[in-house]
Design a protein around this ligand. Structure first.
Ligand SMILES: [Zn+2]
Length: 252
């Protein structure tokens, strides 16, 4: 039996999301099995869950896979985010590797000027959502998908922040190349789960077969920052298990 849009809205509301709230969602379409309306149906449920008056955001990252064109470059962070960014009511931030899409009254303000800031640095969309204590909703995925944890790396100023990469950007005058900060690997971000649970900061639920978690961005950043202040390498993969994290460990 397929899950309906209404059931997804009910499931999100049952966790504690209310009309008018600010919400950042990381999502897995597959986690629902069959779903009414497919990815677009789930995108619609996300929007409806904060109506009236709320604003919802999703990552629409392309990393540096293809040259950046704000209106055309597909989101590589899942089918739901791609359906979301294609809606006529969606705005998308202008960041060549880590754009965020939003729908609702605060979308314009939160997404503005992302091209002038690091992906998750001061005044990036996720930084601004942290400052406003937005909800973070994980649908069928875990903290290793939770980009808010990168904000904690910025807040603490971990030594591996300044890794960069180049990315092509399509402009009206041709393609140019820009050098951008490259966020680190997130494979080990599930380490925040135990301390968040230890202080009862995660609300668990299910929507059909999908396991969902809801938490506040300030709780995530507080807990992850405490871990990183104790050990700036706390969120890197174990030595020898991940090339990206091994390289990050060489930065001082
Ligand atoms: Zn890693």
């Amino acid at each position: 039996m397929s899950i309906t849009t209404d059931q997804i809205v009910e499931g999100i509301r049952a966790l504690g999301v209310r009309p008018g709230d600010l919400l950042l969602a990381h999502t897995s379409l597959k986690s629902f099995g069959e779903v009414e309306g497919g990815a677009a149906g789930v995108a619609d449920a996300l929007v409806q869950s904060v109506l009236p008056g709320g604003t919802v955001f999703v990552p629409t990252f392309n990393f540096s896979q293809v040259p950046w064109d704000r209106n055309a470059t597909p989101s590589l962070t899942g089918a739901i985010t791609e359906a979301f960014r294609k809606r006529p009511d969606a705005l998308r931030s202008d960041h060549p590797t880590h754009a965020v899409a939003g729908i609702g009254p605060l979308a314009g303000e939160i997404l503005a000027d992302h091209d002038k800031h690091h992906p998750f640095g001061e005044e990036s969309p996720l930084w601004r959502l942290w400052k406003r204590n937005a909800w973070v909703l994980l649908i069928g995925c875990r903290h290793n998908s939770s980009s808010m944890i990168h904000v904690a790396e910025e807040v603490v100023g971990v030594p591996y922040l300044n890794r960069t990469r180049t990315q092509k950007v399509i402009t009206p005058h041709g393609t140019k190349e820009v050098t951008l900060r490259r966020p680190n690997c997130s494979k080990s971000f599930n380490r925040v789960d135990a301390p968040l649970r230890g202080s009862s900061k995660i609300i668990d639920g299910t929507i059909g077969p999908s396991k969902v978690m809801l938490m506040r961005s300030q709780d995530i950043v507080t807990v992850a920052s405490e871990m990183l202040r104790r050990d700036p390498m706390a969120l890197l993969c174990d030595a020898g298990t991940c090339e990206v994290c091994d390289e990050a460990r060489t930065y001082r």
